[in-house]
Design a protein around this ligand. Structure first.
Ligand SMILES: *[C@@H]1O[C@H](CO)[C@@H](O)[C@H](O)[C@H]1NC(C)=O
Ligand SMILES: *[C@@H]1O[C@H](CO)[C@@H](O)[C@H](O)[C@H]1NC(C)=O
Ligand SMILES: *[C@@H]1O[C@H](CO)[C@@H](O)[C@H](O)[C@H]1NC(C)=O
Length: 752
């Protein structure tokens, strides 16, 4: 939000407050009333209140009762009340990126709800590569959200998670995302959303999540270009094989109840005004069962800042016709009625939008009468910041911390041998920095660095806690470079030269930092990257430093050297390299140059060994006879996925993971593929699957890796068509490699 948006928001608040007062003075029991209140004889028998009818019929009934003026007031985040139907105003905007947060006006802390559990920032949680952890966090967050809703402190519609691809290491909001890999981001999206929305209620929702910001949004404010004016020029190929993947997975696998379109334009069209993206892809191809919301004021932004339409009524009509259902901001509330009067939009199109938003409210139980009778109606203050929730916050931080270097090994420190420890650096006592953005009030907890410092007093080692914070990387703020800010590098090197005990560098940051100097300095024994580890970050760092927890996190993004940026404007969207322009390409999938630490890097206090025990060498890909002609077997020798018989077509690779060290530990198996040579448009390496396993010291665990051929061995060509290249595919796990040959097999040739 900018200050203009804040002013607008404040005026929206005052309006709500006035409406609220009006409601109090006009209805007898207004303060305690709710939609479809059984005490309200005027509404309780109306079809939209009848839980024995289908949601579709109830929604139709409700919309049929509304006047155009009432409908228009429901198109904005601060939705107006309809007192004659017993419907109160509703604030749609709440946030729960890594815990219930008061960044949106729908959530307030105070009274019985002074704070909520603040989990590590998403980039840290992503580094755990543990899908069940992500779902578990979502479950806890939605327990707290429901409890706060029951207490009148928050809404039920949360505009989280942020699943944009971390395309450029300078992006200020990279910290909010699950990283640079589309498969990882997609799994994160689906798991977190399932946790938030609940999976046991059929079509019912515990809370409604929202995957944002669709699409190709990953630039805030860089070198004179900001997100309100940026036109992202993106190829069809990059959309299909990168930018769409997390959103598709969020909608199709996570069954998310909402998608948010972004501020930027994609190929000349604001995303919130693009019918191909919204109606075509999100609602059409992926079949979103939910509503599409704008980023806050983005309809206003494409009219006021981008001058995309000549009148505000055209902007309102374009947005709704494109498939937007709800405006975060006042714009549609102000201009939609005039758009209808001018014939730019018809009322049925508004009804379509409302039916998407109201269906979600019905699925949340907001029109089911007595709230305490709802399946989650019993959650209350005791369910927020409970000891179990706070313990999960520590556990999430432990699982997300990444051990980048451990020479010697210096870590873990021994509380007996190392006395005292000096804890030095600008981030050594920073409650707020650890929490990252999109979180304000966390559970009261003083145990931040207490553990580390107390331990530090008794041992002989130095821990330097350095890195970035929200003044360096944030919403509205992209970084200029990848080096540590100010004189941190100098401080680290000076301390390293002077210290007599082992040195550990603990880095807090959302984005990658070029710490080549520390990686190469033999006096710096160990390096930990902790992201922004949340309210329990201090305790988790101490647990790793002293070895009560064995680190198992892995980097969810490539750590590039500063020189990587030499020929890489942030505004160049292409993922693929272009040697003729010296353009290096982006992410481990397309960039082949030197790195500080690669995607997936992360060490342990123990060691693991992989062996492939059994895997096929040849796999036939059945192709429908009708398609087996020269139009489908192209020069690069590949088959269109739509022409292959994909159903059930998979191969199984059995892998043994052996813990060859002396400590128990968790290990993430990362399985990559490399397509056959020749397809210059293919990634040179692509994550197909990951799985985290716990293996006791000396133990062994077998994992059956099931690879769906059409999904994971296919690549997207220059025209945006997904194809399966025939020939030798390499499967990589750690430093082992297995080749499998794909061969086309024609079935059922139709003779003419
Ligand atoms: C972008 O950053 C510049 C300073 O670097 C600032 O003046 C400007 O207001 C920022 N724009 C936005 C939209 O945040
Ligand atoms: C396919 O193309 C090859 C070479 O271009 C040609 O020799 C062959 O006859 C074609 N087959 C069909 C079925 O058209
Ligand atoms: C994944 O996270 C869950 C939830 O915290 C935890 O119980 C499980 O042990 C983790 N898995 C591994 C292999 O560490």
């Amino acid at each position: 939000m900018n200050s203009l948006q804040k002013m607008r928001r404040n005026s929206i608040f005052s309006c709500i407050f006035l409406l609220f007062l009006v409601a109090i003075f006009t209805t007898v029991e207004a303060r305690d009333s709710f939609a479809c209140d059984p005490r309200n004889s005027a509404t309780k028998n109306l079809p939209f209140c009848r839980t024995d009818l289908s949601i579709t019929d109830r929604v139709k009934d409700l919309i049929g009762r509304l006047t155009l003026q009432e409908k228009v007031k429901l198109l904005v985040n601060s939705a107006g009340a309809v007192p004659r139907l017993g419907i109160k105003g509703y604030e749609w905007w709440s946030e729960a990126l890594h815990g219930v947060s008061n960044v949106g006006p729908g959530t307030k802390f105070g009274g019985e709800f002074p704070g909520a559990t603040s989990f590590p920032q998403v980039i840290t949680t992503a580094a755990s590569f543990n899908a069940s952890l992500w779902e578990e966090i979502g479950k806890v967050v939605s327990d707290e959200a429901r409890a706060m809703y029951n207490g009148g402190m928050s809404g039920l519609t949360y505009w989280s998670p942020n699943v944009n691809i971390l395309r450029d290491p300078r992006w200020g909001r990279g910290q909010e995302t699950p990283g640079e890999d589309p498969l990882l981001a997609g799994k994160y999206a689906a798991s977190y959303v399932r946790g938030l929305q609940g999976t046991d209620g059929g079509d019912r929702l515990k809370v409604a999540a929202c995957c944002k910001h669709y699409t190709a949004y990953d630039l805030d404010n860089w070198s004179g270009v900001d997100r309100f004016h940026f036109n992202a020029k993106v190829s069809k190929q990059d959309i299909v094989d990168t930018f769409d993947i997390p959103f598709r997975s969020c909608v199709k696998e996570g069954k998310v109840a909402s998608v948010m379109c972004s501020y930027n334009q994609v190929n000349g069209i604001p995303t919130c005004a693009d019918p191909k993206l919204l109606r075509g892809t999100v609602r059409g191809a992926w079949r979103l069962n939910g509503y599409i919301v704008s980023d806050c004021d983005s309809v206003g932004v494409f009219y006021d800042n981008q001058h995309y339409t000549s009148t505000p009524e055209d902007a309102a009509a374009d947005a709704i016709k494109a498939g937007l259902d709800l405006d975060c901001g006042p714009f549609l509330g102000v201009h939609t009625e005039n758009a209808v009067q001018r014939g730019l939009l018809n009322e049925a199109e508004i009804d379509g939008a409302l039916s998407n938003t109201i269906t979600v409210q019905m699925r949340l139980g907001m029109f089911d009468g007595e709230p305490s009778a709802h399946p989650y109606g019993n959650l209350g203050p005791k369910d927020v910041c409970s000891p179990a929730h706070q313990e999960l916050a520590v556990e999430a931080a432990r699982q997300g911390i990444v051990l980048l270097k451990n020479h010697g090994p210096v870590l873990p420190l021994s509380p007996r041998r190392h006395r005292p420890v000096a804890v030095i650096g600008p981030n050594s006592d920073v409650t707020l920095t650890m929490i990252g953005n999109y979180a304000d009030v966390h559970c009261a907890n003083d145990a931040l660095f207490g553990g580390a410092i107390a331990a530090a007093r008794q041992a002989d080692a130095t821990v330097l806690v350095m890195g970035l914070d929200q003044s360096i990387e944030a919403e509205f703020r992209d970084r200029e470079g990848l080096m540590l800010p100010g004189r941190q590098q100098e401080l680290i090197s000076k301390v390293a030269a002077a210290a007599k005990g082992p040195i550990t560098l603990v880095l807090m940051s959302g984005g990658a930092v070029d710490i080549s100097f520390a990686k190469n300095d033999p006096r710096i024994g160990a390096i930990l990257w902790v992201g922004y580890p949340g309210q329990a970050g201090g305790a988790a760092i101490a647990d790793i430093l002293f070895g009560t927890h064995n680190p198992g996190g892995k980097l969810p993004m490539t750590w590039y050297p500063q020189e990587y940026l030499n020929n890489l404007p942030m505004t160049a969207m292409d993922l693929r390299s272009n040697p003729s322009r010296n353009y290096p390409g982006r992410t481990y999938r397309f960039y082949k140059g030197p790195v500080v630490y690669p995607f997936g890097h992360g060490m342990s206090y123990t060691s693991f060994m992989h062996t492939i025990t059994d895997a096929p060498q040849v796999v036939s890909v059945p192709v429908d006879g009708r398609h087996h002609s020269n139009t489908t077997i192209v020069s690069s020798n590949s088959i269109r996925v739509t022409h292959a018989r994909c159903n059930g077509l998979s191969l199984i690779v059995n892998v043994d993971v052996k813990n060859t060290g002396s400590r128990d530990g968790s290990h993430t198996l990362l399985v990559f593929s490399t397509p056959p040579r020749g397809a210059h448009w293919a990634p040179h390496k692509q994550l197909m699957m990951f799985e985290k396993v716990h293996v006791p010291a000396g133990g062994r665990q077998r994992i059956g890796v099931k690879i769906h051929v059409c999904k994971y061995l296919s690549v997207v060509d220059g025209a945006g068509v997904r194809r399966i290249p025939m020939g030798e595919h390499a499967i990589h796990i750690g430093d082992i490699r297995h080749s499998v040959s794909l061969q086309a097999q024609t079935l059922g040739v139709i003779k003419s």
